[in-house]
Design a protein around this ligand. Structure first.
Ligand SMILES: *Cc1c(COP(=O)(O)O)cnc(C)c1O
Length: 356
C-alpha cells in the first residue's frame, strides 16, 4: 500500500507529473532536448524573478550545495547553522578543504539580520551559506531583512538554500541580491528526487573564475558554457526535466499569487490544529515555516506508536529529525498539497490519537 506522504520531503507527487516522466527519451545533444531545457530555464527565471543564469544539475540538493562552496569560497566561508541541514553544510564546506566557521544558534532559532551583520563586519568572510527554511526545525529565517545586510557587503557571495521554500512564497532572487540560490525538487516543488536547480549571478561566476579546485561535475563555469547551448555539461536526468517542465506549467496555471496564498492557508490550518490539540511549537511565532509545521511534543505523546498506526492507515508521519526526534513532530504542507489533503490527514491523526 502506498503511504501518502506528509513528511517534509520527498513529498507526494501528482499522477500527471509521474506520467510526464514516462515520456519517450530524447538525446540530450539533440535539438529536441534544447527546446525543453530552454523552456524550463525561462520558466524558472519567471518563478525566481531573476535574470541570473539558471542551471539544472543531476543530483540531490547537496550535490550543488557542495559544488557551490567549491566554486564560490575563495577566502573563508561563514556557514550559518540553525538545524541539521545547515550544520551538515558546514561539515561539507570543511570536507571540501575550505576555511570556514560555523556561526551557530540553537536549533529552533532563526538566523537574524543582526547575526549576519555581526558576522560579516569582522571582514573575515568572502562567502556565506544560509538555509532559508530549515526543514529539520521548521524555522524560516527572514530573508528580506538579511538581504538588506548583505547589500552592505558587496564582496561577500551569498549562497542560499531554498530547498523547502522555493515557490511557496515570493523569493525574488535578484531583488534580494542572492548570488547563488539552490533547491532540490522533491520538497517545495513536489517532483521525484534527483534534480537540483541553482542560479549564479555575474558576481558568482566572476568569483568562480578565480577559485581553484572547482572539480568537474559541479563546475559552475562548465554549466555556464553548456548553458549557452541550452544544455548541461553531462547527461541530465531528462525524465525529471520533463516533469519539471510540466510542473512549471501547472504552477503558472495555478498562478503564483494563488500558490502563495494556498501555502499560507495550509500553514494557518495546521498551526491552529497543533494549538487546538494542546501541543506547542518548536520555533517562535514570527519564524514558523510556511511549508512545514514543527510541533513540540509537550503532551508526551508516543510519537513512534502514532507513526506506526498512521503508517498502517496509509499515511507517512514524521516524528522529528535527528536529535529532536520524539520531542517534535513535523507536518509538511508544501508542494501540490491542497486543503482537502491536510484535512484528511489531520482527521486521520485525530482518529489514531484517540486510540493510542
Ligand atoms: C532536504 C534538504 C536538503 C538536502 O537535500 P538533498 O536533496 O537530500 O540533498 C538540504 N537543505 C534543506 C533545507 C532540505 O530540506
Amino acid at each position: 500500500m502506498h503511504k501518502k506522504l506528509f513528511i517534509p520531503g520527498p513529498v507526494e507527487v501528482a499522477p500527471e507529473i509521474l506520467q510526464a516522466m514516462a515520456m519517450p527519451m530524447v538525446g540530450h545533444r539533440m535539438p529536441e532536448y534544447a527546446v525543453v531545457h530552454k523552456r524550463v530555464k525561462e520558466n524558472l527565471k519567471r518563478l525566481l524573478f531573476t535574470e541570473s543564469r539558471v542551471f539544472l544539475a543531476t543530483s540531490s540538493a547537496f550535490g550543488v550545495m557542495e559544488g557551490a562552496v567549491r566554486n564560490l569560497v575563495a577566502k573563508r566561508c561563514a556557514n550559518f547553522c540553525n538545524g541539521a541541514f545547515s550544520d551538515k553544510w558546514h561539515d561539507v564546506t570543511r570536507r571540501c578543504g575550505k576555511e570556514a566557521d560555523a556561526v551557530k544558534v540553537a536549533w529552533g532559532q532563526p538566523i537574524t539580520p543582526e547575526l549576519v551583520e555581526q558576522t560579516l563586519s569582522s571582514g573575515r568572510y568572502d562567502a556565506i551559506t544560509l538555509i532559508h527554511n530549515e526543514t529539520s526545525t521548521g524555522v524560516m529565517s527572514p530573508l528580506p531583512e538579511i538581504a538588506e545586510v548583505l547589500r552592505r557587503y558587496p564582496d561577500v557571495v551569498s549562497i542560499i538554500d531554498t530547498v523547502s521554500s522555493m515557490s511557496a512564497l515570493k523569493i525574488p532572487v535578484d531583488e534580494l541580491g542572492i548570488d547563488c540560490c539552490i533547491f532540490g525538487v522533491q520538497k517545495a516543488l513536489a517532483l521525484p528526487p534527483g534534480l537540483a536547480v541553482f542560479t549564479a549571478s555575474t558576481r558568482a561566476l566572476e568569483r568562480a573564475k578565480g577559485v581553484e579546485g572547482r572539480g568537474y561535475y559541479f563546475d559552475f563555469l562548465e554549466f555556464a558554457a553548456a548553458d549557452e547551448k541550452d544544455n548541461t555539461p553531462s547527461t541530465p536526468c531528462i525524465s525529471q526535466i520533463y516533469a519539471l517542465d510540466r510542473q512549471l506549467e501547472r504552477i503558472f496555471a495555478e498562478g503564483l499569487e494563488s500558490r502563495w496564498a494556498r501555502h499560507k492557508a495550509l500553514a494557518e490550518r495546521v498551526r491552529s490544529w497543533v494549538a487546538d490539540r494542546g501541543y506547542g511549537f518548536f520555533p517562535d511565532e514570527p519564524y514558523r515555516s510556511l511549508t512545514l509545521t514543527c510541533g513540540r511534543n509537550t503532551k508526551g505523546t508516543d510519537l513512534s506508536a502514532l507513526k506506526k498506526k498512521l503508517g498502517a492507515a496509509g499515511f507517512a508521519f514524521d516524528d522529528g529529525y535527528g536529535k529532536i526526534k520524539g520531542e517534535t513532530f513535523r507536518i509538511a504542507h508544501m508542494g501540490d498539497m491542497q486543503m482537502m489533503d491536510i484535512e484528511e490527514y489531520l482527521a486521520a491523526i485525530d482518529r489514531e490519537l484517540a486510540e493510542l
